[in-house]
Write a protein that binds this ligand. Structure first.
Ligand SMILES: C[S@@+](CC[C@H](N)C(=O)[O-])C[C@H]1O[C@@H](n2cnc3c(N)ncnc32)[C@H](O)[C@@H]1O
Length: 207
């Protein structure tokens, strides 16, 4: 990473986005508890809020992120979380170190090759992944939320928006899981239908 895309927003990120994103974090924690996923890596942890919610729910969570600014915000909070700087494509963990890896609202902002590599690396360090990201509208009811999310994504900058549009053109989070040959074990609706949380694992026939 040459320049940190989160350098300017990191200190405001929680204030602006927690009201919207905390529901996602609670859903991730609920699924981890319900599915017995008790050792989790949040591979694009941002300010560490997801890790804090998981740890509050009794799930041991380690956070990793590439952005020094986001990790700085995470470390400035009084939560005292286990955090490290790492690229999600090259994680410094042995195969199968975790029960699951969370990739939350990060894949849509990556170029396709980066997202594919991050997903493959997540499936190296854990048998299961929790993918929380945007999905295509399935019903007319989903359309207002699906259209609305273009606004924050556009505001996040030209490169971010280009990657988001590419991600959606390839079918969003469901398309990614399908192309990767994953079996979806559980699916939760997010953002009024504009997003989904997928708990998925490698299809044993494609492993
Ligand atoms: C929109 S934020 C989401 C943060 C957090 N998951 C949340 O829900 O608040 C996307 C995060 O992905 C991180 N990220 C992007 N590319 C990454 C990569 N290759 N490796 C690790 N982190 C990455 C960014 O630094 C940023 O913190």
């Amino acid at each position: 990473m040459t320049a940190d895309p989160y350098a300017r927003i990191a200190e405001w990120y929680d204030l602006l986005l927690n009201p919207v994103l905390d529901g996602v974090r609670r859903t991730v924690a609920h699924v981890c508890r319900a599915e017995g996923l008790l050792r989790v890596l949040d591979a694009c942890c941002g300010t560490g809020r997801q890790c804090a919610v998981l740890r509050g729910a009794g799930v041991a969570c380690v956070g990793a992120d590439l952005s020094p600014a986001m990790l700085g915000a995470a470390r400035a909070s009084p939560r005292s979380l286990p955090l490290l700087r790492a690229d999600a494509r090259v994680l410094p963990f042995a195969d199968g170190s975790f029960d699951a890896v969370v990739l939350s609202l990060a894949l849509h902002e990556m170029p396709e090759a980066t997202g594919n590599a991050a997903l493959a690396e997540a499936l190296r360090v854990a048998p299961r992944v929790l993918l929380a990201d945007y999905r295509l509208a399935e019903r007319n009811l989903d359309l207002p939320a699906a259209l609305f999310v273009h606004l924050p994504e556009r505001l996040a900058g030209a490169e971010h928006y280009r990657n988001f549009r590419g991600f959606m053109a390839r079918g969003g989070v469901e398309g990614l899981a399908h192309r990767a040959g994953l079996t979806v074990i559980r699916r939760e609706r997010l953002f009024g239908g504009a997003g989904a949380l997928l708990l998925a694992e490698r299809n044993s026939r494609t492993a």
